[in-house]
Design a protein around this ligand. Structure first.
Ligand SMILES: [Zn+2]
Length: 406
């Protein structure tokens, strides 16, 4: 069952040494890469800031946003991507170019991409297009997998490898064991049926309804622990393992089901379940303490005209905005507000999230948690979670089904 290099007692010592050497090599390689990247970032920062002050003299902080604007109020700091500033009013009028260009996106792509929200309300609909690779083939030596078949979406693998190699570097632990990744609908159904059989109930309170597990997207992993002495343990994210929650967003991962968000996620606290969504988004979520449902909902306040600017832990700036799918047509015209590199992902319900790498550096931003502003939780007529800026204690008393997917 376990395909682990460490099972053979006889060769354990040699293998352990080999493994440590391999990890050290990987770490050295990454450190060199990082040093280079940091130097380049610094150079870019100096150039950007120099030009910025010389040309405009605006405070660097312009364009920063607070979490306040995610709760439905007017965005606090807009990212000005074009030259349509107030200065234009006194100048000879040239119609500002609002968008760099518009691209056409097929509406069935609403259900594709690394940012799809899969939960009780939004099933995973896109199994045929998954680009799943097996971790056993792609992993490094800083963690283990519980079976050769465990797979993950390809773009989530390298960030996972980097995260767990850095975790090993920081803590010396190489005992994280991946026990779940991609699951087919059939596998989820089998897990569900097994649980019903075990409990004798009609509905599982432990396993997500088939079609509604994030594991079916291939963007989620479950951690456990497997120690050198052959024993195993639960991954509870405490002690040395707190490093993971503190740093996972630097690799594009979030702790998907936090303890304080079960009313919204409808899933019990899962210390072991991580979801890949991409770096700037993960950073915003883990910093501000909101959950993924709140983030996806909040992004609807940001359009191409008023995008959300996110500055990640390296000071890299991104513009993020939502474009609703034009459901009466088969395609949606998506405005791009810059010629910089971008990604588009569906949100798995009604639109697209556009992320533009502004290729600029800013001062670090601290996204804080406005707990009092995200207290009121209601659902609309479709059963979707709506976050409000008013505290409404009655709306939090709705009965919720808390179940697990792990
Ligand atoms: Zn899980």
């Amino acid at each position: 069952m376990f395909y682990l290099a460490k099972n053979n007692e006889k060769n354990a010592k040699n293998k352990q040494q080999l493994k440590q050497e391999t990890i050290r090599r990987q770490i050295r390689k990454r450190q060199r890469k990082r040093k280079f990247n940091k130097a380049m970032d610094r150079l870019a920062a100096v150039l950007v800031l120099g030009c910025f002050f010389a040309a405009v003299g605006y405070p660097v902080a312009k364009g920063m946003v607070s979490i306040k604007s995610l709760t439905g109020e007017e965005p606090v700091g807009e990212v000005k991507m074009t030259d349509d500033s107030n200065l234009a009013a006194t100048e000879p009028v040239t119609e500002p170019v609002k968008n760099y260009k518009t691209i056409t996106v097929e509406n069935d792509k609403v259900f594709k991409g690394e940012m799809i929200l899969v939960n009780e309300n939004y099933p995973f609909k896109n199994s045929q297009d998954a680009d799943i690779v097996t971790l056993y083939d792609e992993k490094n030596e800083s963690y283990s997998v519980s079976g050769m078949e465990i797979g993950l979406q390809s773009e989530a693998v390298e960030p996972l490898n980097d995260m767990l190699a850095d975790f090993y570097e920081e803590t010396g632990h190489s005992d994280i064991l991946i026990v779940a990744g991609f699951r087919t609908l059939e596998q989820q159904q089998a897990l569900y049926d097994e649980d019903l059989e075990r409990t004798g109930l009609d509905i599982s309170t432990l396993v997500a309804l088939p079609g509604h597990s994030e594991h079916e997207s291939g963007y989620a992993v479950d951690f456990s622990l497997f120690f050198d002495d052959g024993t195993s343990g639960d991954y509870d994210g405490t002690g040395d393992y707190e490093w993971i929650d503190e740093h996972c967003s630097d690799y594009g991962y979030i702790l998907r089901y936090p303890a304080n968000k079960t009313e919204i996620t409808k899933i019990q606290y899962e210390s072991w379940h991580y979801r890949y969504i991409g770096r700037p988004h993960a950073y915003y979520i883990m910093q501000s303490g909101i959950c993924y449902e709140e983030y996806i909902d909040g992004l609807k306040n940001y359009s191409a005209d008023t995008p959300l600017e996110i500055v990640d832990s390296d000071g890299k700036a991104y513009a993020v905005y939502y474009v609703p799918a034009e459901t009466e047509k088969s395609v949606t015209y998506v405005p791009l507000i810059s010629d910089k590199p971008y990604t588009i992902s569906g949100n798995n319900s009604d639109g697209f999230i556009i992320t533009i790498d502004l290729q600029e550096t800013r001062e670090l931003v601290s996204y804080t948690t406005p707990v009092e502003e995200i207290t009121g939780i209601t659902t609309d007529e479709y059963g979707n979670v709506v976050t409000t800026s008013e505290v409404d204690s009655s709306s939090t008393e709705t009965t919720t089904t808390v179940f697990a997917v792990g």
